[in-house]
Design a binder for this molecule. Sequence first.
Ligand code: TPP
Ligand code: MG
Length: 417
Amino acid sequence: MVTAAGIAHTNRLPVLLISGDAYVSRLPDPVLQQPENFYDPSITCNDAFKPLTRYWDRIVSPTQLMHTLPQAIDTMLDPETCGPAFIGLPQDIQGVAYDFPEIFFEEKIHRVRRPEPEMADLEDAKAVLLGAKKPLIISGGGVHYSLATDELAAFAQKHNIPVVETIAGRATMLQDNPLNAGPIGVTGSDSANYMAAHADVVLAIGTRLQDFTTGSWSVFKNTDMKLVTINTARFDAIKHRAVPVKADAQRALLGLSALLGDWRGDDEWAQTAKVQADEWKALVHRRTHPQPGDLLPGTSSYAEVIGKLNKSMAPGDTVLTAAGGLPAELAMNWQNYQIGKFDIEFGFSCMGYEIAGGWGAKIANPDNDVVVLVGDGSYLIQNSDIYSSVLSGNKMIVVVCDNGGFAVINKLQKQHR
Ligand SMILES: Cc1ncc(C[n+]2csc(CCOP(=O)(O)OP(=O)(O)O)c2C)c(N)n1
Ligand SMILES: [Mg+2]
């Protein structure tokens, strides 16, 4: 559960974690599986969730639930604070009765908020963009979370700005959009990284700009590059001396577009994005269609598997992976024939997410197929999840790519000898 909390925290996913906790009375201490902290008896195992949750509480009186449950729910649903919430229920308190008021159990429909941008922030962002010769949009996972993919495409087209995608932001723009310059970063494309290297203004939308996106800040080569951000979270919006628009991505794109009016980015620059992306697509085609002599006889490559999947999946089908060599291969080689329906867990790149994640994706998309890509190493720690998914009647397709071990780790070990 702690690992799951970490993944949810990093990827900003709402999860409510409820766990038993040590006796508040301490009379039966120590009970089985109670590690006992020597210097602070109020610390229990559950304190391990604190760095990995957005809301944490230990219920030492049932009355506290009247405050804590609404706080936990709202924390998970607020786009700024969204992430896991934790509630610890000590063993003796679980047995304490309390006459809750009936009103507490009334059904409540929650609406996910869309924070509006402040005009002053939009004006600042506009001023920077108007000075841009080579503007570039980085589209992150927040664009998906905000359901802002239509607004992204409209904004990019109206203002003639090339777009590159982070891993979480993959499939926010269709592949055949001439402004789509590919995935950025360490596991990204030469085209996107070329654009990032030359950009003078970067508009980063719904991204926390993690190291695989920025290549540990090596992808931007223009020392005068200016960063504008759109993010619901202040924490992300103000990173790296950005000019921040702290707002929902959809609302901010609409607001900024209205302010920019007919302003359009440079045609030659936009054309560069297309030339670069076409070169990249040719390379992807070559990688996904190995020629005789490229591979050992009788073997296949990750890229080839991904290329075949990409072609064979029906609209509405989801592809998903998390750890090993597959995230990079999928991020690089996937062509966005549809928006979304694509999930690489790369906040942690956590082995163990794949099949459980696919199971969740199937629950969310019961009418379509979910294809889970998993390495042989990751498969070893989660094959029993398949059993659970079958028991619950959620069919998924699991593609196990067996390269005889922890290949990515082996490669890293050898490279850094
Ligand atoms: C829970 C967890 N433990 C350890 C790691 C570190 N790790 C990353 S990839 C990997 C090996 C994965 O092997 P496999 O699934 O066969 O993929 P391959 O590297 O062969 O592509 C390990 C141990 C991790 N990402 N997650
Ligand atoms: Mg392997």
